[in-house]
Design a binder for this molecule. Structure first.
Ligand SMILES: Cc1cc2nc3c(=O)[nH]c(=O)nc-3n(C[C@H](O)[C@H](O)[C@H](O)COP(=O)(O)O)c2cc1C
Length: 191
């Protein structure tokens, strides 16, 4: 079994990366194959809207990290996607990734996989719930089944990089999100 952890933050070792890594821990423990895909270390150009992929099933943009991600997406069983809140939205980097996944839509290659969502903002009610909805909408548009944390996705409040490390309860909830995906996957395998 294979899981991909995506962080939409442009900030290396920031709060989102920490929470995504925490959510991936249960998968390592269960022997899943784990891929970290952190957008602070990758380049994904925005979709140019040519819709060539609707006819050919392939994207015309070839010189970025999307090609690797698309092949990983196709092979995986589950996703954890986290984003900081930027202007009550996901980051531009993560939105570019969502738009470029349009290449999958015709072939419904993500349908039936499992997904968890994480949002981190500095404010109380800073837009975390909007970000969770945006990530869940991406899953629903792609046929991915949304898996809850304790309730809904994981919503966290943090500002400076590493602030989240002081919040053991949020780190625990990230692990719960990972554990829930594993549980749901086992329930589906049992039929
Ligand atoms: C351009 C920008 C826009 C932001 N907009 C919001 C916002 O709308 N609401 C909020 O709560 N925090 C906002 N923040 C704060 C970040 O979400 C917060 O610092 C978060 O911890 C960053 O996550 P990271 O450490 O994973 O990069 C913004 C930060 C930046 C740089």
């Amino acid at each position: 079994m294979k899981v991909i952890g995506v962080s939409g933050s442009p900030r290396k070792d920031g709060n989102t990366e920490i929470l995504v890594r925490e959510a991936l821990k249960p998968f390592y423990e269960k022997g899943w194959e784990v891929t970290e895909f952190f957008l602070s270390r990758k380049t994904i150009y925005p979709c140019i809207g040519c819709e060539t992929c609707m006819e050919t099933g392939a994207c015309v943009i070839k010189d970025d990290d999307m090609k690797f991600l698309l092949s990983e997406f196709e092979k995986c069983d589950a996703f954890i996607i986290g984003s900081p809140v930027y202007y009550r939205n996901v980051t531009a980097q993560l939105k570019a990734l969502f738009d470029r996944s349009f290449v999958f839509r015709n072939r419904k290659l993500l349908a039936g996989k499992l997904g968890g969502a994480i949002a981190v903002g500095r404010g109380e009610g800073g837009g975390q719930s909007i970000v969770l909805t945006i990530i869940h909408n991406f899953y629903l548009s792609s046929g991915v089944l949304c898996v809850p944390c304790e309730i809904n996705g994981l919503s966290a409040r943090a500002d400076k990089p590493g602030d989240i490390l002081k919040q053991e309860n949020r780190l625990r909830q990230a692990r719960v999100l990972g554990e829930n995906i594993i549980k749901y996957s086992e329930m589906i395998s049992r039929g």
